[in-house]
Design a protein around this ligand. Structure first.
Ligand SMILES: Nc1ncnc2c1ncn2[C@@H]1O[C@H](COP(=O)(O)OP(=O)(O)OP(=O)(O)O)[C@@H](O)[C@H]1O
Ligand SMILES: [Mg+2]
Length: 317
């Protein structure tokens, strides 16, 4: 029986998530709980929602200019029509429910990455792994939307890294032709990863493709060169947030190696589909990263008539 089938569709998303996964027990270290990373929070995103929030668009404050971005050699164009057709955030379009949801997720990640409001920045918090337990739970979808949302920030730039070497999909999803990428730099000590970064026509957004396929991706990732490359990418542009689109933790071993190199992991949970045991197993495999947050994806809104802002406590802080 699907244990999730009895979950009520009413109640807040946070309440529903707590019903689905007994994180209280996990955090208390109950006998049945596997070792989970110390910080587990729950957020929600329901991009299938159709109504737009009623808040006025937020105008970003003017901030001091950043240092210039590294000059990247290859320019690529991302079709705005394609973004809209695939339900992604479209830069410079009016605020939508989707863009608001990712804005909330982004704020929390940026706070951990950069510090502020009394919080210290996490070590390597500017490196964020987007993972999930199983295939098809929305990692790439969330990684791209998060990258688009973060790229609109005035004092951050985003490097979206396709780290799903066996099944790369960022370029194809965005309608960009194949290019060399991360794996080519990992496999060839002479190859400079920065030279493989694609500069998109979206301000603040660049992409490092997955690159050539190999059947030794985990071995390459586990080598010391991985840390050198990632450090170098960060040094080249300190304003960079690196978002890694990961393979699923339970289906491929690179995810657990990638977790060792990032300061934060966003674990995508497919609402009403991801099972608690799969999630616990996946969290165990990602224990190399100490700061993991959960993102409940593809939730279905109950038609309560509540406004988006009320639903999420938007603007309450
Ligand atoms: N919240 C959402 N709303 C609408 N469509 C979604 C949502 N999340 C995911 N999808 C769609 O579901 C499909 C699977 O998502 P995606 O490719 O992001 O999963 P994945 O976890 O990256 O899969 P894989 O493990 O194969 O890499 C895609 O077509 C994506 O556009
Ligand atoms: Mg994917």
């Amino acid at each position: 029986m699907n244990k999730h089938s009895s979950i009520k569709s009413s109640g807040s998303l946070l309440e529903r998530a707590s019903e689905l996964y007994d994180f209280g027990a996990a955090l208390r270290g109950g006998a049945a709980a596997p070792a989970v990373p110390p910080v587990v929070e729950i957020q929600a995103v329901a991009p299938e929602q159709t109504h737009a929030p009623e808040q006025a668009p937020v105008i970003a404050p003017v901030r001091p200019a950043m240092a210039a971005a590294p000059v990247s050699r290859t320019q690529v164009t991302i079709s705005r029509e394609r973004l809209a057709a695939h339900n992604f955030i479209v830069p410079d379009d009016p605020v939508t429910g989707l863009s608001e949801e990712f804005r909330i997720v982004k704020r929390q990640l940026l706070l951990a990455a950069r510090g502020g409001k009394g919080f210290d920045a996490l070590p390597h918090g500017e490196r964020i792994l987007i993972c999930s337990a199983n295939p098809d739970e929305g990692k790439t979808y969330c990684a791209i939307n998060l990258a688009l949302s973060m790229a609109s920030e005035k004092d951050n730039r985003v490097l979206l890294v396709d780290a799903d070497f066996a099944k790369p999909s960022i370029l194809s999803t965005l309608g960009i032709e194949k290019h060399r990428g991360f794996m080519d730099a990992l496999a060839d000590p002479e190859c400079d990863a920065e030279s493989l970064v694609l500069q998109t026509d979206i301000d603040g957004l660049s992409i490092l493709p997955a690159g050539s396929q190999t059947n030794q991706d985990t071995e390459y990732l586990a080598a010391s060169r991985t840390a050198e490359i990632i450090d170098q990418l960060t040094r080249n542009d300190p304003a960079r947030i690196l978002i890694f689109d990961s393979p699923p933790a339970l289906a491929a071993s690179p995810a657990s190696v990638l977790a060792l190199h990032v300061g934060q992991t966003l674990m995508v949970v497919h609402a009403d589909v991801t099972t608690e045991s799969a999630l616990r197993d996946a969290l165990g495999l990602l224990s190399g990263c100490e700061h993991i947050q959960l993102l409940l994806n593809r939730t279905k809104f109950s038609p309560t008539g509540r406004k988006f802002g009320n639903y999420y406590g938007y603007g309450a802080s």
